[in-house]
Design a protein around this ligand. Structure first.
Ligand code: DO4
Ligand code: MG
Length: 296
């Protein structure tokens, strides 16, 4: 099962549980944030109490975060990410050092309202020349810093902007359509070993596979709870937080995304995420619409 947010025609977004081809509302709860304010034990009990089921084909699935929720990312947590960054960057040493440093690299990627989800477009900047997707296991933590589930994140990245100067990382990482999450949170108690999950990436162009890559979270050098703990040292997350744990798949330097490319990510036991690449701000104006009813 997956914990989801969904919207029925004319209704407001609702936290629910998806099982196969049906969704059901979590009883007594409207926002996902209400669930992420609970302890892990309370969260598990809450999502067990659901109302009448609806076919998933009758609702719109939304990104699994709302309210004051934020997505953060960890960086350079796989050897492949360290190597690829050292190859692209004018400043190799910073990546080499952070890979083995006690303090991980963590950065704010997106507030809840800027997120896109499965089936929406993902973005590349109009002023970037070289872009890649980053398929990442994302950890869902509640307001108490407990891991309650996992989802799939695409941390879209501009290699040309980050490669020019690491101080440009916020611009290489935060832009319209730059952060996609799959539609569901797989509860932690249903995932056998989150440090042993296969991650697959396929990129299609005009129907042809132009890139495939695979890795395992066994290659991730950090412990998941350690990353969450560092995030919570200076911050409160009253409505929960999602932390993408870094990429272990980076295409060679001769590959760059183009408009129209279809990016497919699958993480075993967690979920899948498919998006088509679009360029610039305009395709994402729907995110800033006044009401959720208008924007999706
Ligand atoms: O150091 C820049 C970002 C790294 C990153 O996003 C990753 O390793 O996934
Ligand atoms: Mg990343």
């Amino acid at each position: 099962m997956h914990v989801v947010r969904y919207q029925s025609s004319g209704g407001r977004p609702q936290a629910g549980v998806r099982t196969g081809d049906t969704v059901a509302p979590v009883l007594g709860v409207t926002d996902l944030a209400e669930l992420l304010r609970l302890t892990a034990e309370e969260f598990r009990a809450a999502v067990a109490k659901t109302g009448p089921e609806l076919p998933v084909s009758e609702v719109r699935l939304l990104p699994p975060l709302d309210g004051r929720g934020e997505v953060w990312c960890a960086g350079v947590t796989y050897e492949r990410s360290r190597g690829a960054r050292m190859e692209e960057s004018s400043e190799q040493d910073v990546y080499d050092r952070v890979y083995s440093a006690k303090r991980p690299e963590l950065f704010l990627k997106s507030p809840a309202w800027r997120l896109v989800t499965d089936g929406d477009p993902v973005g590349i900047r109009v002023d970037s020349g070289h872009d890649v997707p980053e398929p990442e296991l994302a950890v869902v933590a509640n307001a108490h810093g407990e891991i309650v589930g996992f989802t799939v994140c695409n941390d879209m990245s501009s290699r040309s902007i980050e490669g020019e100067n690491p101080l440009y990382i916020p611009q290489a990482k935060v832009f319209a359509g730059g952060c996609a999450l799959s539609t569901g949170i797989r509860p932690a108690w249903e995932v056998g070993d989150p440090k042993n999950l296969t991650i697959d990436l396929v990129i299609r162009r005009g129907g042809d596979e132009v890139f495939t890559g695979t890795t395992s979270t066994a290659q991730l050098v950090r412990e998941l709870q350690d990353l969450i703990d560092v995030l919570f040292v200076p911050n409160d997350f009253p409505d929960g937080v999602i932390l993408a744990t870094g990429t272990g798949i980076v295409p060679e330097l001769d590959f760059a995304l183009q408009a129209g490319d279809v990016v497919e990510i699958a993480i075993a036991e967690v979920g899948t995420l498919t998006n088509t690449v679009e360029v610039g701000r305009e395709p994402f104006t729907f995110l800033a619409a006044e009401t959720l009813e208008e924007n999706r």
